[in-house]
Design a protein around this ligand. Structure first.
Ligand SMILES: Cc1ncc(COP(=O)(O)O)c(C=O)c1O
Length: 370
């Protein structure tokens, strides 16, 4: 084979975050194909990868826009040319609301939507929008079982939607309703069986469907109902009430989601070098500063029987290696247990195909969590 001069995978300095491009493209296509004939459209969540290059690829594959969690994430998306951004989260801080309205003012070509779940926040959003002379689209968040933010009753949603409709600079766009408690759990295969998920989604559809009917009877149009995660995309995405699916982890996946029996592939790994070897033990150069562990230790790709020994330390990954399968200076890959928080520790993805680095994509929103 002709030498191309491109860097080979085993020449990448470690620790480094990799994307297997074949697996990533497979995931993007699998989701796009599933969503193609659905009444809901895909609006993938950016917090799972924080890289606008991936967002553009999702939009090219049919996604209508992008979801994010924080104002700073929205800024990086809009600066990268994404024209339809949902911040599926409340922004309570007054200073940030002016920054949001300023962003809308500087980017009139972009539709910006934000969630709200109380009257005071809606008043503050309207003041900020009016001061900058912009329009902000607002979803009222309904708690569909996560017990995080959101209101509950049809009357509460009606009162907030009416307030949005009557507020200068705001447009009531619909409902934010995310069922994270049905989508992701550390005991995924046992706690979130297909039956549990289907039953949960059915209940949440009844709740949100009733709220939508109630609002419409009172003359308020609900354009969007937005929610859905990787673990429920094929259930929530099959109902006709939701108009947007916010799944994000499907693009790169992680080892916890991998246990859910979804058809997506683990496309993201951390490349690491064995920096110390002694009988029964190998130590890598990838510790807590490049891999989060709040959802468990990473899996070792290609060695499902090997495990991290006791703890990851800041810069070291001790691996129990009873049969001495690993060698000094060998490069191995971790599959992170939680992709969303692990990407936040890295500046770039090395994108690899056929053992060659094909591209380097910046993780632009790394640390942009305000
Ligand atoms: C509001 C919201 N929507 C969508 C998602 C995406 O979920 P997933 O990581 O399952 O794709 C999340 C994840 O936490 C979320 O908080």
């Amino acid at each position: 084979m002709k030498e191309t001069g491109l860097i080979k995978k085993d020449e990448i300095d470690t620790p480094a975050l990799l994307i297997d491009l074949d697996a990533f493209e497979y995931n993007i296509k699998l989701m796009a194909d599933f969503m193609k004939d659905k009444s809901a459209k895909l609006r993938p969540h950016y917090k799972s990868y924080k890289c606008p290059t991936i967002s553009h690829k999702q939009i090219n594959a049919g996604a209508k826009g992008i979801t994010c969690a924080k104002l700073e994430e929205a800024e990086t998306l809009i600066f990268a040319g994404i024209r339809d951004v949902l911040i599926a989260n409340e922004i309570p801080n007054p200073a940030k609301l002016y920054r949001l309205a300023g962003l809308a003012h500087a980017h009139p070509e972009t539709k910006i939507t934000v969630a709200a779940d109380n009257a005071e926040n809606i008043t503050a959003l309207s003041q900020a929008a009016s001061r900058f002379g912009v329009t902000l689209y607002v979803l009222v968040e309904v708690d569909v079982g996560m017990g995080r933010c959101g209101v509950n009753t049809p009357d509460e949603v009606y009162a907030l939607s009416k307030r949005i409709k009557d507020s200068k600079g705001l447009v009531f766009e619909g409902i934010q309703a995310y069922e994270g408690h049905l989508s992701y759990d550390l005991d995924i295969p046992t706690s979130l069986t297909e039956e549990v998920k289907r039953e949960g989604v059915k209940k949440m559809c009844e709740k949100v469907g009733a709220i939508k009917d109630y609002l419409e009877k009172k003359g308020i149009t609900v354009n969007e109902i937005s929610g859905g995660g990787t673990g429920t995309y094929n259930i929530t995405g099959n109902n006709t009430i939701w108009t947007e699916i916010q799944a994000g982890s499907y693009a790169l996946m992680d080892s916890v989601y991998d246990r859910a029996g979804l058809r997506f592939k683990c496309a993201m790994t951390i490349l690491t070098t064995v920096m110390h070897k002694r009988p029964g033990m190998a130590v890598t150069d990838a510790g807590l500063k490049v891999c989060t562990i709040e959802q468990g230790f990473p899996a070792i790709k290609g060695y499902p029987h090997l495990e991290i020994y006791q703890e990851l330390s800041e810069e070291h990954g001790p691996i129990e290696d009873p049969k001495d399968e690993l060698e000094y200076l060998q490069k191995i890959e971790y599959i992170p247990s939680h992709g969303c928080t692990t990407v936040n520790l890295h500046d770039q993805f090395y994108c690899v195909r056929n053992n060659t680095v094909e591209a380097i994509w910046p993780i632009t929103a790394r640390g942009r969590s305000r």
